[in-house]
Design a protein around this ligand. Structure first.
Ligand code: DHB
Length: 557
């Protein structure tokens, strides 16, 4: 044991030393170093100043991934107004380009986005917002010295550092426009999770040592509003939520491990039948993979655990009823989830869409009155295997996100660790068990018994191999630091007062329960939350920019 502890200490020392001499950067903004650009935003010319590629921490691990660009409507530099805003009152829109928990690149203004017309950054500029877009470290990022440098919690450390950079330089008058009390984060999928995390964890102490370590400005990092499309968040509980929703599916459509961890430079649009999937989202296979009896049992166990977790949150609806679930998975929370899909269906009907071909919604006299969960699953199909996020073989993107500088993939839930393929059943005992079984019922040990054996064996094996096995479990604090749910309502954290959360009606990358729990917890803590299921959309974002910026206008003015 002592020998192993020594080895570990030496490894850590080598890691620290490898980065000791890294180059230091100034984080003092230079107002003179800019270019002026004009772009066409949906038929209207927008002229803006671009301050580009500014390293936002003093001691970056990978400078290219820790720089940001600032875009400011030119009108403000001439004392003008745009959309009723001035240089002093213009909100600061901070989109992130993270997807798949991979490194995020700077979101530059673009005239032709995937939905046609200006992308969010250009749309924001044309509406008088100052845009600050940071590149952000992600799970596949390796330093040229070979060490991993983008694992959790790197992404949230970077986003916070970018916020601090903006406050630090704007308050000193170096950045010429923008209201630092109106910072609005935005992202999709893993980027939506990141936006929510930034919004939830304002000034939380847990992140301070990491921020110091990268040389972030000493400033507040709380924000005014967070917008999240299909946030892949609350990862430590996402497996339970997924089984609660998708347990009855008998096959899943994930295209498999090869596409579950795309290389850093992968920008290829995944194939699959849901439009506009983010580039790093898992791809969808044409043919389903059958869920095995063993996986079904795992699924049932996770599903049962979900009610327990959900009830522990103590969520309430708008009239004070507890949004609970009975042990069988039924209850007010389920009705609430159904009501979200039905509300989306009703919206579609009210805007003239024909939804009569949607097999999982019953419409009666123009009203969406009933949702059938099983038909829903049959129609949209289950995307992910069992478990969906913390895989027993540690091959998901999320396992990869929770790796460390020296170990690429880790577990982040106790349940998956207990069932991990790392945990081996000792031959002898297993053979004994199998023999017993054979004698008793002429069969082999059931998968459940094998698993129980593994589980019973875990403590013993961990005791014997203290460092060896536990090193594949992510640090508990890091798991917490990636979960907004663990910070909302904490008295020493400044959670953003305004939220907009969207989840596509056809999205199966995570269960709707995940953003729903986030939205309700926020509401229950007194935050203003605009939360909706978006009809017709799958796992996607930025599909409703006019509505999005109408909302930001409302909350800012
Ligand atoms: C993304 C999608 C996923 O299914 C996932 O597990 C993580 C991230 C994404 O699109 O960012």
């Amino acid at each position: 044991f002592i020998k192993r502890a020594k080895e570990k200490a030496e490894k850590e020392k080598a890691f620290t030393n490898a980065f000791k001499g890294r180059q230091e950067y100034s984080i003092v903004f230079n107002p003179e170093d800019y270019s002026t650009k004009t772009m066409n935003a949906n038929g209207e010319d927008v002229t803006f100043r671009a301050y580009e590629h500014l390293v936002y921490v003093k001691k970056p691990y990978v400078p290219e991934s820790q720089m940001l660009s600032i875009y400011i409507p030119e009108a403000y530099l001439k004392g003008g107004t745009v959309n009723g805003f001035t240089a002093e009152t213009a909100p600061i829109f901070m989109p992130n380009g993270v997807g798949g928990y991979m490194p995020g690149t700077i979101v530059e203004p673009q005239e032709d986005s995937r939905y046609g017309g200006a992308n969010a950054a250009l749309y924001a500029l044309s509406n008088g917002y100052v845009v600050v877009s940071p590149a952000i470290r992600g799970r596949s990022l390796k330093h040229k010295n070979g060490y991993e440098t983008g694992k959790a919690p790197a992404l949230i450390v970077d986003y916070k550092a970018a916020v601090r950079f903006v406050r630090f330089n704007r308050k000193a008058g170096r950045i010429p426009a923008g209201d630092t009390e109106k910072i609005i984060a935005s992202g999709t999928s893993a980027g939506g999770a990141l936006s929510a995390l930034l919004g939830a964890t304002g000034n939380a102490k847990d992140y301070v040592p990491y921020l110091k370590e990268v040389g972030a400005a000493k400033e507040r990092d709380d924000i005014f509003a967070s917008m999240a499309y299909c946030p892949i968040t609350n990862l430590e509980n996402a497996d339970m939520a997924y089984e609660w929703m998708f347990h009855n599916a008998n096959e899943y459509y994930n295209a498999g491990p090869a596409r579950r961890m795309p290389p850093a430079d992968s920008n290829a649009a995944p194939e699959g039948n849901v439009q506009n999937r983010p580039a790093n989202a898992p791809a969808e296979a044409i043919q389903g993979t059958a869920i095995t009896p063993e996986q079904k049992e795992i699924s049932a166990e996770l599903k049962d655990k979900f009610s327990e977790y959900l009830n522990s949150l103590n969520l309430r609806d708008s009239i004070g009823n507890r949004l609970n679930l009975a042990p069988d998975g039924y209850g007010l929370f389920r009705e609430f989830i159904e009501s979200l899909y039905l509300e989306a269906a009703q919206n579609a009907i009210d805007t003239g869409e024909d939804i009569s071909k949607t097999p999982w919604v019953t419409v009666s006299e123009g009203m969406a009155v009933h949702m059938d969960f099983d038909k829903y699953i049959a129609a949209v199909k289950r995307l992910k295997g069992v478990p969906a996020f913390d895989a027993f073989d540690m091959t998901t993107g999320e396992n990869n996100e929770f790796g460390t500088y020296d170990i690429a993939n880790k577990h982040f839930s106790r349940y998956a660790l207990e069932h991990s393929q790392l945990v081996t059943v000792p031959k002898e005992e297993e053979e004994k068990k199998i023999a017993e079984e054979k004698a008793r019922q002429y069969g082999l040990a059931t998968p459940v018994e094998k698993r129980q054996l593994r589980k019973a064996n875990l403590e013993e094996q961990m005791e014997k191999d203290k460092l060896d096995l536990s090193q594949y479990m992510a640090n508990g604090l890091v798991v917490k630091m990636l979960n907004p749910m663990r910070y909302i309502g904490n008295p020493d954290v400044q959670t953003a007062p305004h939220w907009r959360i969207r989840h596509g009606a056809l999205d199966r990358d995570t269960a709707l329960a995940i953003p729903a729990m986030l939205a309700v917890k926020l509401k229950n803590s007194g935050k203003k939350v605009d939360f909706k299921v978006a009809w017709g959309y799958g796992h996607a974002g930025d599909y409703d920019l006019p509505d999005l910026f109408a909302w930001t206008d409302r909350i800012c003015k």
